[in-house]
Design a protein around this ligand. Sequence first.
Ligand code: C2E
Ligand code: CA
Ligand code: CA
Length: 741
Amino acid sequence: MQSQRARIFNQSVIIAGIIVCLISVVNLPLNSLDLRFAFLAIFTVAFGSRLSLRMPKSQVYFSMSDALIFLLLLLYGGECTILIAAFEATVNSLLLKRKGFKFNNQTILFNAAVMACSTAGTYGALLLYQKVNVRAANFDNLQEFISLIGLIAVAQFSFNSVLAAVFQAFKLKISVWRAWNEKCLVGSITYIAGAIFAGFLYKLIEHLNSFALVIGAVTIALVYITYRHYIRELEKTIEQAEQAEREKAEIERLRAEEAEKHLKEISASFAEQKRISEALRASKERFRHAALHDALTGLPNRSFFTEQLKYLLDNAKLDPAKGFCVLFIDLDRFKNVNDSLGHAIGDELLILVGKRIEHVIRQGDIVSRLGGDEFAIVLVNISTADDAVKFSERIYEAIAQPYQLHGFQVYTAPSIGIAMSNDEYEQPDDILRDSDIAMYHAKEGGGGCALFDRELRTRAVGIMKIESELRDVSERGELRVFYQPIISLDSGRLAGFEALMRWQHPERGLISPAEFIPVAEDTGLIVPMTIWILREACTQLSRWRWQSPINRSLLVSVNLSGKHFTEPNLVEQVNQILHETGLEPHCLKLEITESAAMENAEATARILSSLRELGVRLSIDDFGTGYSSLSYLHRFPIDTLKIDRSFVSRMGEAGENSEIVQTILTLAKNLEMDVIAEGVEKSHQIELLRKFGCRYAQGFLFSKPQPAADIEKLMKQQSNWLPEEIEVLQHISASNVVPLR
Ligand code: C2E
Ligand code: CA
Ligand code: CA
C-alpha cells in the first residue's frame, strides 16, 4: 500500500519535473546565453559531481555541482539552470549506476525530476524574495547578497530534502518527519557550502578580468587539489586509524573468543575433574568396602571386626556397664559338604549361615566371617554369662536347621565358643583367641556351645606348649614305639603287634599319644612322625622275624593319620621304607580310622588301592564309631576291621550289649575281612568273642603296649598269650601257623 504510494509519488514528481523542464525550455532566455554559459554548463554536467569532497568522518559530500548550479542560477536565471540541474542529475545518476548503484530508469528520472523541481522551487523563492528578475538583480549590496545566498541554500535544501523525505517515508513506511530527520537533514550542510562557494565565485567573476579569473580559477583548482589531497590523506589516515581500530577490535574479538573458549575448556575440565574425583571417591568406597568385607557373604571381615572389637573394648574400659561377649563359630562337618556336594554348594551354605545369624542378632550386634567356615559375633549389652549362653543357643538352633540347597537337604551344626568381655582384655585378638579356645572345647565335646574359663586357657596354653615342643621331636630322639601284641583267640599265639607312639618328654616323662597326636595332626607334624614310626616298626619286625621261624607269620600294624592322605608321595614313602628295612610288604598293616577314611572317601579309595598294590595290608580302626558308607567299605581294599574297644567293653558277662559286635562280625564275614577286637580286658569277653566268631584280639588282658625289649622278653617266655583260665582251642606248631590276614 505504502509502496504503491511511493510509486504514485515518484511518478507525480517525474511528471512535475517534466512539466518544469518543458516550461523552462519554452521560457529559455536564449539571447543571454554566452560562451561562458556554455563553458559553465558543460563543466557542471561533465565534472560538477565528480569534483566532490567528502567531509572527513561523515557521509556528507560537498559537491561542486551544487555550487555551479547556484552560480548558474545567479548568473543566468532559473530556466536554463533548471535544465542543466536536471541534466546534471541524470548524468550523475547514470555515472553512479555504472559504478554499481542499483538505479533503474525510473529512479534516474526521479532524481532528475527532483533536481528540476527543487531548482524550480528555489528559483521561485528567489523571485518571490527579489520580486525581480534575478539576472537583473543588483548584488552589490553585500548584506542583501548574503541573505540571497542563504535563501538559495535553504530553499534548495528544503525542496530537495522534503521531496526526498516524502519518497523515503513512502518507501520505508515511516513518517515523513522521521525520514527527513534521519535521511535528509545531514544534506543541508552541502547546500549551504555550495551556496557560499557559488556566492564567492559570483563575486570573483563580477570583479575580476579574464586574466585574474584564470589566475583565480587556477588558484581555486590548486586549492581544490591541495584540499582534496589533504582530504584524501586525512581520509587515508582516518582509514588507517579505522583499520587499526578494526584490527584492534578484531584482535579483541578473537581474544574474547579465545577467552570464552578457554573458559569453556576450563569449565569442561572442571566438570571432568569433578567426574574423575567422583569416580575416584566411588572406587575408594568400593575398595574400602572390599577391604573391610568378605566377598562371599558381604559380612564384615576379620580386620573390620577387629576394628569394631577394639572400639568396644576401649568403651567397656571407660564404662564397665557396656559389657559384651564374643562368639566364635565353627561349622562342624563343613568340609564334608564341600567334598561331597562341591564348593559352589559349600559357598551357598556359608551365605545362608551368615543370613541366619544376621536374622537372629539384634541391632548393634556385629557378625563377621573370619574365613573358611569360621564366623565371629559380638553381642553388645550382654552382661551375664547366662544371657550369653542363652543367646548362643538361639544362634545354634538357627544354624542347625536343615538347609535346602539344589535339591539336597544339608545339615551343619556349629560349635560355638563364648568369651565374656572384662577389663583384662587389652587387644581384640585376646578376647577372640579365648572365644576360639572355648569353641575348640565345644567341638571336642561334640559341638554345641561352650563358655570360656581360665581352666580352658591353661589347657590351651598347654597345647600350645606341646605344639612348640613337638617340633623336631623325632630328630631329638624323644619318640618311642610301644608294641601291643595282637593275639589269636583260638591258639593264644602271637599274631602280630600294633605299634603305638609315645613321647619321652625330658621333664614330663612318657606322654600319651592322646595328648600329642591331635596337636601333631593339627600342625601337620604327624607326617614326619608317622614316617619315623613306620621305619622303626618295620625295622623291629624285620629283626624279630629273623630271630625265630615261629615269628615268620607276625605282622605289625602302624596307625596312619587322615592328614597323611593329602601327602602326594605317601605310597612312595611306604614303599621306600619297606625297601630300606627289608620287610616284606604283607607283614605291614596300615590302620586308618573309619572317620578319616570316610572324610574324603574318593581320595582314600584311590590311595588305599595304590598301597594295596604294594602288597601292604589295610585295616579300618575304631570301626563302629564313625559313619561308614557301606558302598565305600565295599570298594576299599580292606583286610581287617578293628572293633572299637567301647563296644567290646560294653559286652556283659551274659552276652548282653553285644549286638553291635555281632553285627560287625557278620558284616566282616560277608565282606571277607578279618576282625580284631580291641580293648579286651576281661576273660568273658574272650569267650563271647570266640562264640561270635572273632578270631583275633588285643587288650590289656594279654598285654599293655610295651617297649620292644620288654615284648621280646615276653615272646621268649611264653608261646600262649591267653590267660590261664582260657582254654586253648587250637594247638598250632611253628610249621602250620595260620597267619592273620
Ligand atoms: P588306637 O589306634 O585305637 O590304639 C589303641 C589304643 O587302645 C592304645 O592307646 C592302647 O593302649 C589302647 N588299649 C589297648 N588295649 C586296651 C585295653 O584293654 N584297655 C584300654 N583302656 N585301652 C587299651 P594309646 O597307645 O594310648 O593310643 C591312643 C591312640 O593314639 C590310638 O588309638 C591312636 O589313635 C593314636 N596313636 C597312637 N600311636 C599312634 C601313631 O603312631 N600314629 C597315629 N596316627 N596315631 C597313633
Ligand atoms: Ca590303632
Ligand atoms: Ca583303635
